[in-house]
Design a protein. Structure first.
Length: 277
């Protein structure tokens, strides 16, 4: 019973699902609140910011901040809520992760992390496990609860790290990739070579490149090669020489790419340029 008493003075966890008819007013706490939205239609207000929540969204609410949910439908409102206070905050790991989460949320002016699919299931399983610890009379329940809270906080910190990295990385990474491609357009580095050069997976690189440029790496290389070919043809270089200088493996590949983008064959394009006054 001692552990239950200690635990209940160090954290509180709840998982509720009900329909609300009465408004919930602004309120605040003197402890950290972790809020996981699971179902319903809710807009959540924290001070002067508002969040239209989707399933799997997590809010991190710092002590002293006014907050309130506004339930916008009669659908059941489901959420997990974790309060952390007392001596659990003396745990260096818990304290460190909470500080990191506060830093990440303040830096990006948001307190929102999102989980979906297996990530959401893994997080809710941790909440459910923590709830079991809350109700347990076993002597090791406190340590199990601390472990669950550490895992929950680590999941949230990881999601926020990824969100921050994804917001800043693509423009820097893809900008560097584009500059590298432009410098080596004739040799046309392969996706495997690019991923090795920039120390990222080829799947991540492909996804970020398309997201940032709205085209694939292969399509970008072809466009740049054809642009280079047009420039060389305009300056009188013969088509076969242009094919070689632009790094096409065969004249057939060069011909297809050029026609696809310009609507004319290399020789037709060259002839038109020569015929211009």
């Amino acid at each position: 019973m001692l552990y239950n008493k200690v635990m209940k003075t160090d954290f509180h966890i709840s998982h509720n699902k009900e329909s609300y008819t009465k408004p919930i007013y602004f309120h605040s706490h003197d402890f950290c609140e972790i809020y996981l939205f699971a179902d319903g239609k809710v807009k959540y207000y924290i001070e002067n910011e508002s969040y239209a929540l989707s399933k799997g969204d997590v809010l991190v609410i710092q002590p002293g901040l006014l907050h309130r949910p506004v339930i916008e439908s009669d659908a059941p409102y489901e959420r997990y809520v974790l309060w952390i206070y007392g001596s659990f905050l003396a745990n260096e790991g818990i304290r460190s992760l909470i500080s990191e989460i506060y830093g990440l949320t303040e830096e990006k002016n948001t307190r929102l992390a999102s989980f979906s699919g297996v990530d959401f299931k893994r997080l809710t399983a941790l909440f459910d496990r923590l709830a079991e610890c809350y109700a347990s009379d076993r002597g090791n329940a406190r340590y199990a609860a601390e472990g669950c809270i550490l895992l929950i906080l680590d999941e949230i910190a990881g999601a926020l790290r990824n969100s921050a990295r994804n917001a800043s990385e693509p423009s820097d990474l893809i900008g560097n990739v584009i500059a590298y491609l432009n410098q080596n357009i004739a040799s046309a580095p392969s996706l495997d070579e690019l991923s090795a050069h920039f120390f990222v997976s080829k799947y991540y690189l492909s996804h970020r490149f398309r997201e940032h440029t709205r085209t694939t790496i292969h399509q970008y290389i072809l466009m740049k090669k054809v642009n280079l070919a047009k420039h060389l043809l305009e300056n009188g270089a013969p088509p076969q020489e242009v094919c070689d200088k632009c790094g096409f493996s065969t004249y057939s590949n060069f011909y297809k790419a050029f026609v696809s983008q310009t609507g004319a064959s290399p020789r037709e394009f060259s002839s038109k340029e020569k015929a211009r006054p």
